[in-house]
Design a protein around this ligand. Structure first.
Ligand SMILES: [Zn+2]
Length: 408
């Protein structure tokens, strides 16, 4: 089982400039290779293969010495990344979809470079004190790294990514290493938990989960994450009012990038803690199979006859979109899946249809049962409960039925 080890790098100001330059040069390479593919296709209907472009690297490095300071292998990896974007594009075309053609990347959005350990980059813990490591990067130097946990004994390092989070001097730098790990199975508890992913709450479970939920099964959304999200929204509103090219705009953009990073980190932190509490408590975790990508899609703007955009409910809907983003369901589900795999737990996905309309006591299903966002009251038997809790119980039941059917 592969597990990502992510450590923060602490480059000096000089190293930070070099790292930024490294990303910029890789971005240029990516865009130049994309340009070549586009032109060849547009003018001559040719498709250029990855190996052709990788072969040209030697010539590029000879002609442009500033590119030759970076690791050859890492540049090959960047070309490979473009290649994968094209493969995904053609795969989707073949499947009858209408994907966007691979796009040029902006410098400040191009934020990672891939390496192979020992080839233009070397991660080393042996010569540092505990909690520290060093990362030698070709063209940058030896960068300090803090390690909050040890790699497993005898870990084999292969693919390593250097990654920037944020923009400008406030950007954080990370080294990301997938490492093969043994799973650490937890003892069986005999518990099964149904989990409803929420907006008002991070999640609601069908029973109390120690160190995560209250007696009703609710796990609150962390308040600090809400506060950061508010600050982010304010900064974004200010940016929208800012003149293009102004110094204030640049400053705001840096601030927004750093707040985005903060929201991401806080969300991930909350998701990890929740996932850990869940797998400790339950052998089987039942979740709804949600189409997350579809749920957060923006409503398509409708162009009216006078050329302006007509109202399409986007304003009302964007509030919900934001909440969904905030709760970070995708992040949470991924965390639960990976922690469950580590611990040897089972995750069952059930059909979400009617889980919020069905009565958990008598099974009566009607949309009127959902009195308000928070309150469920069955129109048939009068059973009243918190709506999320009622849903969590339905999810649990559907998951148990599904497993029983498999066992029979
Ligand atoms: Zn009922």
């Amino acid at each position: 089982m592969l597990k990502n080890y992510v450590f923060r790098m602490y480059p000096t100001a000089k190293q930070r400039d070099r790292l930024t330059q490294m990303l910029a040069d890789h971005c240029e390479l990516y865009n130049a290779a994309l340009e070549e593919r586009r032109e060849a296709y547009r003018k001559r209907g040719l498709s250029i293969h990855l190996y052709d472009q990788q072969r040209q690297l030697t010539a590029i490095r000879a002609a442009r010495p500033e590119h030759a300071v970076w690791s050859f292998t890492s540049q090959q990896q960047t070309l490979r990344r473009l290649h994968r974007a094209f493969e995904a594009f053609f795969r989707r075309v073949k499947a009858g979809e209408t994907p966007g053609y691979p796009r040029f990347r902006a410098r400040r959005r191009f934020d990672s470079v891939d390496f192979r350990q020992g080839d233009g980059l070397k991660f080393d813990t042996a010569s540092s004190s505990p909690g520290h490591a060093s990362l030698r990067i070709q063209g940058v130097g030896v960068v300090k790294v803090r390690t909050h946990r040890n790699l497993p004994d005898g870990a084999k390092l292969g693919h390593i990514t250097v990654k920037r989070d944020g923009d400008g001097p406030r950007a954080r730098w990370y080294v990301v290493m997938p490492v093969e790990c043994k799973s650490e199975r937890l003892p069986a508890t005999g518990n099964t938990a149904g989990v409803d992913l929420g907006i008002a709450h991070l999640l609601t479970a069908s029973e109390r989960i120690p160190s995560l939920t209250d007696a009703e099964g609710h796990a609150p959304n962390p308040r600090y994450a809400r506060a950061t999200a508010d600050r982010l929204a304010t900064a974004q509103r200010r940016l929208a009012r800012c003149r293009r090219g102004s110094r204030r705009r640049v400053k705001l953009r840096t601030q927004i990038a750093s707040l985005h990073g903060k929201v991401r980190r806080q969300r991930l932190d909350a998701a990890r803690k929740a996932a850990l509490a869940l797998v400790r408590h339950a052998d089987v975790i039942v979740l709804e199979k949600l189409q997350l990508a579809n749920m957060v899609r923006r409503p398509t703007p409708r162009l009216s006859s006078d050329g302006t955009f007509a109202s399409n409910g986007a304003v009302a809907k964007s509030g919900l979109n934001k909440s969904i983003h905030d709760a970070g369901w995708g992040v949470l589900v991924n965390c639960i899946l990976s922690k469950a795999e580590e611990a040897g737990r089972e995750v069952v996905f059930v059909n979400p249809a009617n889980t919020s309309r069905r009565c958990a006591r008598c099974g009566h299903t009607a949309k009127e049962n959902r009195v308000t966002q928070a309150l469920f009251r069955c129109q048939a038997c009068g059973h009243a409960d918190n709506a999320d809790r009622n849903a969590a119980l339905n999810i649990l039941r559907a998951g148990t039925a599904h497993r029983d059917a498999l066992a029979a």
